[in-house]
Design a protein. Structure first.
Length: 221
């Protein structure tokens, strides 16, 4: 019988530890997104990965740590996409649109991220708050937004009283709502926010809203 440290595939070959970990995270992501934190079962994750509960506990420490690892990987994926974003040479308006489009595309392609974030909010972000890794990741998008806003202010195209976190929240909230509220919005208003025929409309609308805010005259106090 194989030891915990060296689980084996049929045929006696030792499983690659990194591949095993990635497979567990793939299935755990699906299971937590489907059933929520409380409803997800380690037994189900083990059965779908052809491993054991003992191996999952060995790799991650427990259900709480596994969920934290799932969240960390989900956030790392969007941070990596933000880091690859190249807006050099673009004017501030085009650069902000490019960033908004990247967020739009990523949220659409990763609906599990939306469900995981919703679940974590129900738990008061306790797993994120306890994650040292996520604290080190930061948000490349905020750095990009700050540079774009500075260039926009310098050129006179953007208002001066704009905060990068506010802009990030505007972009993220539209992208999140479109995926998270698809079914309730459709039931209430008869419109599917993920309808492929309207995708470019919403993608452009997001950029229009952000740019309209950045270029609006500040209301008199």
């Amino acid at each position: 019988m194989s030891s915990v440290d060296e689980p084996s595939r049929p045929g006696g070959r030792v499983r690659d530890a990194a591949r095993t970990r990635a497979e567990i995270l793939d299935v755990a992501t699906q299971e937590f997104a489907r059933a929520g934190y409380d409803g997800a079962r380690i037994d189900e994750i083990a059965a779908r990965t052809r491993t054991t509960k003992r191996m999952i506990y060995y790799c991650f420490g427990g259900k709480e740590q596994l969920f934290t690892a799932v969240l960390e990987r989900a956030y790392e994926a969007i941070r990596e996409a933000e880091q690859r974003l190249d807006v050099a040479g673009l004017d501030p308006v085009a650069a902000l649109r490019r960033l908004a489009e990247l967020t739009f595309d990523h949220h659409e392609r990763h609906p599990d991220l939306i469900r995981l974030v919703g679940i974590e909010n129900m738990h008061g972000a306790e797993h994120l708050a306890a994650s040292a890794k996520l604290g080190r990741i930061g948000s490349p998008a905020l750095d990009v937004i700050r540079r774009i806003l500075a260039a926009g202010r310098e050129s006179g195209r953007f208002r001066a009283d704009v905060d990068a976190v506010d802009v990030h929240a505007m972009i993220s909230s539209f992208c999140f709502f479109r995926v998270a509220n698809r079914h309730t919005f459709g039931a209430l208003f008869g419109r599917d926010l993920l309808d492929p025929a309207r995708r470019e409309h919403y993608r452009t609308l997001l950029g229009d809203m952000v740019i309209a805010y950045l270029t609006a005259e500040r209301a008199a106090e």
